[in-house]
Design a protein around this ligand. Structure first.
Ligand SMILES: [Zn+2]
Length: 406
């Protein structure tokens, strides 16, 4: 039986050493990050999508899973790509498109990489897959592990939202609830990964896991029929930007598009290491971060992934922006009222950062811009708005409509 995949080897992003396509998390020669290399001629010969498939498997040739028996899916449809000229004009980005990832099964873009994480865990013979998370990644990995009949052993901190914790409690076969912060739990988790107790579903280094995220770019190309001028990504570990741009660069190399979109990194002001390095022209400097409403971008030390993200942004003439929490929350409401999309704060960061870049003149007002809205707001905890009840009557409806009489 022929392989579904056009993947051929792993390649080090630092020393370019090639490695066989096996479960390996770092370059044997220099310890650098690995990326999967594909046979572009084979991708170019095949149709972009495969009929009858769902989720990331519509693009099976672009994924590193060789046997369709290992695919895992919850019947995902392509997420909506919505023209937003009204909101765009108000923000100074009239040719604005929104890619709404809140429509995925667990309400976040993470469902794309969870499909490849769990399928690759199967491919390499693991019976458990895990991740350390503040909530979204853990629920997503656990969801697809459940669907595949594998154990989802996930680590989640006890300060996550009630909605996320309830979801995780329901779906995961085993949850390690931990006190403290992400950095405290990631070391013991990495040790468990080194011992091959479970498959690494995290974003720090696993080249196989991240591949599903490429499909956000492939879908935009399929829906739009061209490359936009810019694509705006939320950046925590940089995984979505790196994977999305690899797909665009492959389409460019194959001659399907003239030029890949310029990548735009969007971070919370609280955790804006890429934006600061991009503005100063200097190297990436880790920072100690406090609280931000945009939990998905709350990474102060991105490590090697961060250095690679910054390098790709510079190589590809990209931009990097940030948004303060109050700008993000204002954009969350504006997006809901203007376009009907209720995003979580992390999902609103790309739009808030893009609006700021447009105001500052860094984003060309004639450019076509695809902005990711990476998560639904339905899993957040929000204090009830401060409201005062009224006696039910026709009159209160009349006043709400601004009618003088009837
Ligand atoms: Zn290397």
């Amino acid at each position: 039986m022929g392989s579904e995949s056009a993947a051929v080897c792993l390649r080090c992003v630092d020393c370019a050493a090639d490695h066989a396509l096996e479960y390996r998390l770092a370059c044997a020669a220099c310890g650098g990050l690995l990326e999967i290399v594909y046979d572009l001629a084979r991708l170019a010969d095949a149709p972009l999508t495969q009929a009858g498939r769902t989720g990331v498997w519509r693009f099976a040739a672009w994924m590193p899973v060789h046997d369709a028996a290992n695919f895992v899916t919850l019947g995902e449809e392509p997420t909506p790509l919505l023209a937003a000229p009204r909101l765009g004009a108000a923000l100074g980005i009239p040719r604005l498109w929104l890619k709404f990832e809140g429509a995925l099964p667990t309400g976040t873009v993470k469902d794309r990489s969870s499909q490849t994480a769990v399928a690759c865990a199967r491919q390499f013979g693991f019976d458990a897959v895990g991740v350390v998370s503040t909530g979204n990644a853990a629920s997503s990995i656990a969801t697809y592990a459940a669907r595949a009949g594998l154990r989802g052993v996930v680590c989640c901190y006890t300060r996550s939202t009630a909605a996320k914790m309830a979801h995780l409690h329901g779906v995961a076969s085993s949850v390690v609830w931990y006190d403290g912060v992400y950095d405290d739990m990631i070391r013991p988790f990495d040790e468990a990964v080194e011992r091959r107790w479970l498959f690494d579903g995290g974003a720090t280094r696993n080249a196989f896991k991240q591949e599903g995220k490429k499909t956000v770019a492939l879908e935009v190309f399929d829906q739009l029929g061209r490359a936009p001028d810019y694509m705006v990504y939320p950046v925590g570990m940089g995984e979505t930007l790196l994977a999305g741009q690899r797909a665009w660069k492959a389409l460019e190399a194959m001659g399907r598009i003239a030029r890949a979109p310029r990548p735009v990194s969007a971070q919370s002001r609280e955790a804006n290491t890429i934006a600061e390095a991009w503005r100063s022209g200097g190297p990436l400097r880790p920072k100690t971060i406090g609280y931000t409403v945009a939990e998905g971008t709350a990474v102060g030390d991105m490590g090697a992934k961060g250095r690679l993200t910054l390098r790709r942004i510079r190589e590809q003439d990209g931009l990097a922006g940030d948004a303060a929490d109050e700008e993000t929350l204002a954009m969350q409401r504006r997006l809901a009222r203007t376009e009907g999309l209720w995003a979580g704060p992390t999902g609103a960061v790309p739009l808030a950062a893009a609006a700021r870049l447009a105001r500052e003149g860094a984003l060309d007002p004639d450019a076509e811009v695809v902005c990711m809205v990476s998560e639904s707001g339905l899993k957040g905890d929000w204090p009830a708005p401060d409201v005062r009840g009224q006696q039910p009557s026709l009159d209160v409806i009349r006043r709400a409509l601004g009618r003088g009489d009837c």
